[in-house]
Ligand binder design. Sequence first.
Ligand code: DI6
Ligand code: FE
Length: 404
Amino acid sequence: MSQLLLHHLQAATLSPAQTRNGQLYGELPQAAIAIDGERIAWVGPETACPDHYRNWETLDLGGRLVTPGLIDCHTHLVFAGNRAHEFELRLQGMDYAGIARAGGGILSTVRATRAASADELLAAALPRLDSLLADGVTSVEIKSGYGLDTETELKILRVARRLAQERPVRIISTYLGAHAIPAPLDADTYIDSICLPTLRQAHAEGLVDQVDGFCENIAFNPRQIETVFRLAQTLGLPCKLHAEQLSHQGGTRLAARYRALSADHLEYATEADAEAMAAAGTVAVLLPGAFYALQEKQLPPIDALRRHRVPVALATDLNPGSSPLYSLLMTMNMACTLFRLTPAEALSGVTRHAAAALGLTDCGMLAPGLRADLAVWDVESPAELAWRMADRPLYRRLSAGCWA
Ligand code: DI6
Ligand code: FE
């Protein structure tokens, strides 16, 4: 196992120990970071670096900024097909829900994904994953949900697992069987006869880390989602939920009752929802890419989330329909511009809080004992990460202690 001392760098540790001193990013202006194998051994001011780390192999980072590796905590990046035509339809005035009801939308991706082989899905997913990695991402969540039958849901989850072998990145896989209702079934029949049995099988094969659902008037109601959550709970799997994206359905409160890791989207969530999330420790995952692409007007209740101290995470929601967004840095910019997050909130949103949204306790910050998932940037200050648009100022990425 290699031992490495990074020095002559500025760190944004995102560690609460540091941010408590009023430093929004947990900044250490002249810092060093010791890495022992896959883990961070020490982080601190360069002048305080214990002598024995100085005997390790050293690397001068020329004053560059080091942050925790970024975490994209909500993606649907394994899919086949192409829905650029729906973009054209929306620009002509059709709306997202209308396209879905007419058999387009998620179901059009389902048809293409069922027809694709696992190898084809893998080949299509790799460049999407590479695009995220080029933004300094070291952990990515990937959802199923474009199969809606047992065979295809399992195929997607297996491809998600294979991606972690193909690239130096941590993949968290999420079962999203309750994503859309495949005709000719009705929602209840689909949940009972396909969605739940498939979850059991996927779990038995070790393919699932967490369970998600789409709680919406064009998808599943809270009662139907709850049957999925109950099974997840029995299997010992944590839950999360697409909630209050296009309308208020009560999904957020359901998620909070099940102590969900996160409730995602939240444009139509209320102050009471924020309160319930705070009490349950549920992270708010905001997805400005979908808000932007669907030209939504209703903003998520940012002030209420702040008031109730709900941790806010950000993610690309990378998918072929509502969020063709392949950059987590651009997501940070959108969150600041569209949702008025501060650049510091945006950076916590793709590091510390994104880790919490995935139930990960060993990444998302620079602190001793955590995984050595790091991003090194050619920028002068952390705010620049959210400021620049469509730029990729990544210098190098370290995944579990390995340069990637
Ligand atoms: N919400 C989303 O943002 C994606 N799924 C969901 O439930 C969009 C999926 C798609 O349009 O393909
Ligand atoms: Fe989504």
